[in-house]
Design a protein around this ligand. Structure first.
Ligand SMILES: Cc1cc2nc3c(=O)[nH]c(=O)nc-3n(C[C@H](O)[C@H](O)[C@H](O)COP(=O)(O)OP(=O)(O)OC[C@H]3O[C@@H](n4cnc5c(N)ncnc54)[C@H](O)[C@@H]3O)c2cc1C
Ligand SMILES: [Zn+2]
Ligand SMILES: [Zn+2]
Length: 157
C-alpha cells in the first residue's frame, strides 16, 4: 500500500530516510532552511561559495559504506589508485589503524585484501588482539598511517 510520508529535516538523515522509503511511497521533505543538506550544505555569496559543515566522512559501518559507494550514473570517471584501471569503487583500508578511503578495483581488492599497502595488509592479517596491542599508546590510531597523499597509491592524483 502506498503511504504518504512526511520527513522533517533535509540533512543527511532526512535525505537518507527519503531515499530508502521513496520506492512505492509518496515522500514529502520539509526543511526550514532555503536548501537541502543541513549541516552538509553549501553557503553561497556573490564572491564565493563554501561547504560550511562536513568535509568528509569516515565510513566504518558496512551499510554506510554501501550507501556511499552506490552509483548516481553509469559513467566511470575515476581510476583504481593501485593499478590505474578505470574504477569507481571506494573502499576503506581494512587495517583498523588506517581506514584510508581510496579507490580500488576488484582485482586489487582480492590481491591486497582491501588494504592500501603491503604494510596494512600484513597488519590486517594479524589477530585482532595483536592489532590492538600494536596500536596501544599511539594516541589517535587513525593517524598512525599517512593519509591523503599516500605515496603507496601510485595512481592517486
Ligand atoms: C563544521 C562542521 C564540520 C563537520 N565535519 C564533519 C566531518 O568531517 N565528517 C563527518 O562525518 N561529520 C562532520 N560533521 C557532522 C555532520 O555534518 C553532521 O553529523 C550531519 O550532517 C548531521 O546530519 P543530520 O541530517 O542528522 O542533521 P542536520 O544536517 O543538522 O539536518 C537537520 C535538518 O533539519 C532542519 N530542521 C531542523 N529543525 C527543523 C524544523 N523544526 N522544521 C523543519 N526543518 C528543520 C535543518 O534545517 C536541517 O537541514 C561536521 C559538522 C560541522 C558543523
Ligand atoms: Zn586495481
Ligand atoms: Zn591502509
Amino acid at each position: 500500500m502506498i503511504q504518504n510520508i512526511a520527513i522533517i529535516g533535509a540533512g543527511i538523515s532526512g535525505l537518507s530516510a527519503a531515499r530508502n522509503l521513496v520506492e512505492g511511497n509518496n515522500i514529502i521533505l520539509f526543511d526550514k532552511s532555503r536548501g537541502v543538506g543541513g549541516r552538509m550544505s553549501t553557503r553561497y555569496s556573490e564572491a564565493y561559495e563554501f561547504d560550511h559543515g562536513a568535509q568528509y566522512f569516515t565510513a566504518k559501518d558496512k551499510r554506510f559504506k554501501a550507501l556511499l559507494s552506490s552509483k548516481i550514473s553509469e559513467d566511470v570517471i575515476a581510476n583504481c589508485h593501485q593499478c590505474g584501471e578505470p574504477c569507481d569503487e571506494h573502499v576503506n583500508c581494512d587495517n583498523e589503524a588506517c581506514h584510508l578511503l581510496f579507490i580500488q578495483c576488484k582485482s586489487c581488492q582480492e590481491k591486497m585484501n582491501t588494504c592500501c599497502s603491503n604494510a596494512c595488509k600484513e597488519i590486517a592479517a594479524l589477530p585482532f588482539e595483536v592489532q590492538k596491542e600494536l596500536r596501544k599508546g599511539k594516541g589517535n590510531s587513525n593517524k598512525i598511517f599517512k593519509k591523503g597523499r599516500s605515496e603507496v597509491l601510485t595512481f592517486k592524483k
